[in-house]
Each structure stands twice: as structure tokens, then as C-alpha cells.
Design a protein around this ligand. Structure first.
Ligand code: ATR
Length: 275
């Protein structure tokens, strides 16, 4: 019987997940269907109950339901717990497993696809919202020399750093606190690029040969990437690889097979160009 999966969000028309999982299923010879569900606002659990009653085996979860999915899961991974957000659910009888693969996907894109290690590097993470939370544990797992979290609202960065303080060299600061500091990898996990805005990050944060990574996908040369480029950062990357890799992690979790992400990345890559 064909196994049923879907992505749930609202709105959902923009999602690339059915395309991605469709390619993975075909390449891996998996008998599964993957569709997009528009969940009613305020009606997440009812929509998921109905999906499970129809035989659904797993869901990807996107905006605005990642926190609802956290509450819906009966068992959360450590990553999902710290992120306070779930982007993948797996249903086994009454058990509902909640996972967050965004940060893992990001790390795999950087280390595997871009070939850049985080180990012993100075890492700067811009933002302290959901995207930054998701990246935190997977980053620390790679044992960077230091991890600095910077946020416009300093208290949120401080809270986030305190949650993992026992684990490593994590510090929090505001943007003015970045003066005079340089980093080997800089990740923009703020939502600024979605509105064409530039976080107030000084151009001096980019050390020579620094990776500048925009977690948003498909926006071309965002203000953050443009700043990085002008400051001499290279390489530049956006979140297309992260998108493909988090989907691959979910696919592996559900199906026990890791798909090759390269064809998906090749098809979804938007050139990093712009005015
Ligand atoms: P997401 O789930 O995408 O992370 P979020 O949880 O709303 O979204 O978090 C958005 C993040 O982007 C926050 O860290 C926010 O900073 P504040 O906590 O100070 O609001 C950050 N952000 C959004 N617009 C920004 C801008 N123009 N400059 C700097 N940071 C910005």
C-alpha cells in the first residue's frame, strides 16, 4: 500500500516539499505519496488527527504550526525541545515523534556540500528566533572554537546562550558588541532578508575567507549577502542546501534510506546575484 506523507502549513502554496520528496521517493524506489495540506489557523491538531485517521505516516510542519507540532508530539527529540519547534512528525500507533531537522540540515549542507568544517572555527549566528534556536545544538555538536549569538533584542540572545551555557563556548551580545570581532563562519538566521532588510551587522565581522550563509532561500543576493560579498567574504551561500538536507534527514527518519540531495539542489538553486 502507498504510504502517505504531507507538509502542513498556512499558507502552503509556496512549498517545495512535495517536489523534493517526490524526487527522493522516485530515486529511492519508495512507494509513498507526499502532498501539501493547508491547515486551518487555530485548527492544527484537528487537521493532523484527520490525516492520521486517513493512514498518514508522517508530516513536515511549516509556518505557523511548528510550535503547535511541538505540543502535539508525545515524544520530542532534544533538538526539537531546545528549538521549541518541530518540523517533522512521525506517527507510530499512539506514539507521535517530534523532530527538528532544520539545524541538522544546515550543518550537513555546510560540512558535506560546501566542505567547510565548523570544528575549531569562530562562528557567528545572527538572530535568536526559531531559526537560530534550531541551529544551536547541531552547531555545538560540531565543536566550534566559539559560538557568538547576536540579536537586536539582546535579552533573547542571552536567554538562548544560557540554555546551552554548560555545553560550550557560547556568548551572547548585541550588534554594537561585535565591533572589533571577526569570524570564520557567519550565519544570518534573522527574518530580516524576508523583508529585504539588513541586520545592523558591521562589515568587519567577516574574516578573510569567511563563509557567509543566508538561511533564507531563493532571495538571490540579499542585503546580508551583499554586505558580506563587498567585505570580501567567500563563499556565499543561501538556504537551498539546508532545505534539501533537512528534507533528506526527514526522509531517512521516515523511510530508512538517505536520498542523494544533489539533483534537488541543482534544480532549486537560484543564482546569488542582484543589484
Ligand atoms: P524565525 O522563526 O524566522 O527565526 P522569529 O522567531 O520571529 O522568526 O525571529 C526573527 C529573528 O530575526 C529575531 O531574532 C529578530 O530579532 P528580534 O528578536 O530583536 O526581533 C530578527 N530580526 C528580524 N528583523 C530584523 C532586522 N531587521 N534586523 C535584525 N534582526 C532582525
Amino acid at each position: 500500500m502507498t504510504d502517505l506523507y504531507a507538509v502542513i502549513g498556512n499558507p502552503i502554496s509556496q512549498t517545495k516539499s512535495p517536489f523534493i520528496h517526490g524526487l527522493y521517493a522516485k530515486a529511492c524506489g519508495q512507494d509513498m505519496a507526499y502532498t501539501a495540506l493547508e491547515g486551518p489557523l487555530g485548527g492544527f491538531s484537528g487537521a493532523v488527527d484527520a490525516f492520521r485517521a486517513a493512514g498518514g505516516r508522517g508530516l513536515n510542519v511549516t509556518v505557523p504550526f511548528k510550535m503547535d507540532a511541538c505540543a502535539y508530539a508525545t515524544t520530542l527529540s532534544e533538538r526539537a525541545r531546545l528549538a521549541g519547534a518541530v518540523n517533522a512528525l512521525k506517527f507510530e500507533g499512539d506514539q507521535v515523534w517530534g523532530e527538528n531537522f532544520d539545524g541538522m540540515g544546515l550543518v550537513r549542507d555546510v560540512t558535506h556540500n560546501l566542505g567547510i568544517a565548523l570544528r575549531n572555527k569562530r562562528v557567528l549566528l545572527l538572530g535568536a528566533g526559531g531559526a537560530a534556536r534550531g541551529a544551536l545544538l547541531p552547531f555545538l555538536h560540531e565543536q566550534p572554537a566559539s559560538l557568538t549569538i547576536v540579536n537586536r533584542t539582546l535579552s533573547k540572545a542571552v536567554t538562548l546562550a544560557a540554555e546551552v551555557a554548560s555545553q560550550a563556548q557560547v556568548t551572547a551580545c548585541g550588534y554594537v558588541g561585535l565591533a572589533g570581532q571577526a569570524f570564520d563562519l557567519v550565519f544570518n538566521a534573522t527574518s530580516a532578508s524576508l523583508r529585504g532588510e539588513l541586520p545592523p551587522v558591521p562589515a568587519t565581522v567577516f574574516a578573510p575567507g569567511c563563509l557567509a550563509y543566508e538561511l533564507a532561500y531563493g532571495k538571490g543576493l540579499t542585503p546580508f549577502l551583499r554586505l558580506a560579498k563587498n567585505a570580501g567574504a567567500a563563499p556565499l551561500a543561501d538556504g537551498v542546501g539546508m532545505l534539501a538536507e533537512q528534507a533528506a534527514e526527514a526522509f531517512l527518519w521516515w523511510r530508512g534510506v538517505r536520498p542523494d540531495t544533489r539533483p534537488v539542489i541543482a534544480q532549486l538553486t537560484v543564482p546569488l546575484s542582484g543589484s
